[in-house]
Design a protein around this ligand. Structure first.
Ligand SMILES: NC(=O)c1ccc[n+]([C@@H]2O[C@H](COP(=O)([O-])OP(=O)(O)OC[C@H]3O[C@@H](n4cnc5c(N)ncnc54)[C@H](OP(=O)(O)O)[C@@H]3O)[C@@H](O)[C@H]2O)c1
Length: 332
């Protein structure tokens, strides 16, 4: 009998339990995948806490990789035996990756090239698609452009640092602690600030001679957003794309006027409007992996039974890079 992690009710990580699970046939526009790995993302933590999830009980996991077992009616973009990975590229995307078998929307399933392992695919796809819009679609980035990335040793932050470094930007990174500082520096950050010990906005202003940075990438939210408005240069941009620490502090648009600052939001699905854009962006992610400059750092590949521990590690800031769950379906 296949297994699945079930979140029986909203709560802390202890609500996650592995159970034997019935698996339904894929419906119209769906594929059934034997999973190899599930990506563990902060979005999963929010859903487990009861924010944005469907009705409980449910199986978490918006990202994964594996091999297609069967396709539903009308699906001509995947076939049994295909190696695929998936991420929430649509507003109404599937959950259920923390399982031996998962039914996902066919439009989410992206072919994984032969030279990319299923482990790497599950560790990089969601963060890669996110970093792509952060570095290509929000603000012009390249040599001479200064960018501040928060939580820069984390899954999304580290991926963004690597991509920004690849494009030649000067990267300022914040991290919680010395071990994470080493990870951010290795990823390509030019200046690393431990924001648990230092006021990061003061430090950015000091390092830039009072000018600030052109662009701030903030997935932390609470405790950072106010500093972002100080650390960003005149006519600069702050992109808020997450709230790992909680909701950003409230602000008035009037505060932006004197220095002509732009504050924008970022959400992956808005930058992946159709199948061609999903496949094209995924190809850029696979190329980055192949060429080495985007190689993901896998914090650990934990067994499905340790899903609760995975959530504890992620929400207690005890991970660097990306956590995945190994479901045993990786035959490569
Ligand atoms: N909008 C989108 O398209 C999109 C896509 C992907 C992710 N996201 C968002 O991006 C954020 C990061 O996601 P991720 O999965 O890559 O996670 P992650 O960065 O690997 O982990 C979160 C990191 O946030 C930092 N953090 C600061 N305060 C925290 C707190 N109070 N609790 C927990 N973490 C805290 C920690 O790093 P330090 O210890 O270094 O501070 C922690 O390691 C999340 O808010 C997520 O929802 C948004």
């Amino acid at each position: 009998m296949p297994r699945a992690v079930i979140a029986a009710e909203a709560g802390d990580a202890s609500v996650l339990r592995v159970r034997e699970a019935e698996v339904r046939e894929p419906g119209v526009g769906e594929v059934l995948v034997r999973t190899a790995y599930a990506g563990v993302n902060f979005a999963d933590v929010f859903m487990r806490r009861g924010l944005g999830a469907g009705p409980f009980p449910f199986t978490p996991g918006v990202e994964g990789s594996g091999v297609v077992e069967a396709v539903g009616p009308g699906v001509d973009t995947a076939a049994p035996g295909d190696r695929v990975a998936w991420a929430p590229v649509r507003a109404a995307s599937s959950v259920g990756s923390y399982a031996d078998l998962a039914v996902i929307g066919a439009e989410q399933a992206v072919p994984v090239p032969d030279d990319v392992s299923l482990r790497t695919a599950a560790a990089v796809l969601l963060q890669g698609l996110t970093a792509h819009y952060l570095v290509h679609d929000q603000h012009p980035v390249g040599p001479g452009v200064t960018v501040l990335v928060h939580a820069a040793a984390g899954g999304t932050g580290r991926t963004a640092v690597r991509w920004l470094h690849h494009l030649g930007a000067t990267v300022f990174a914040t991290v919680g602690g010395a071990a994470k500082a080493a990870v951010a520096a290795e990823a390509g950050a030019d200046h690393v600030i431990d924001y648990t010990r230092t006021d990061f906005a003061d430090e950015v202003l000091r390092l830039t001679g009072g000018r600030g940075v052109d662009y701030v990438v903030d997935g932390v939210g609470a405790g950072t957003f106010r500093g972002d408005l100080r650390a960003v240069a005149d006519r600069g941009r702050v992109c808020v794309f997450g709230q790992a620490a909680g909701l950003p502090e409230a602000f008035s648009p009037m505060e932006l006027i004197p220095r002509s600052i732009t504050v924008s939001g970022g959400y992956m699905t808005n930058f992946l409007r159709d199948r061609a854009e999903v496949l094209g962006t995924a190809d850029r992610v696979w190329s980055g992996v192949r060429e080495g400059w985007l190689a993901p750092l896998v914090h650990a590949a934990l067994p499905l039974e340790e899903a609760a521990e995975a959530h504890r590690l992620l929400e207690n800031r005890e991970t660097v890079g990306k956590l995945v769950l190994a479901t045993g379906g990786d035959a490569s």
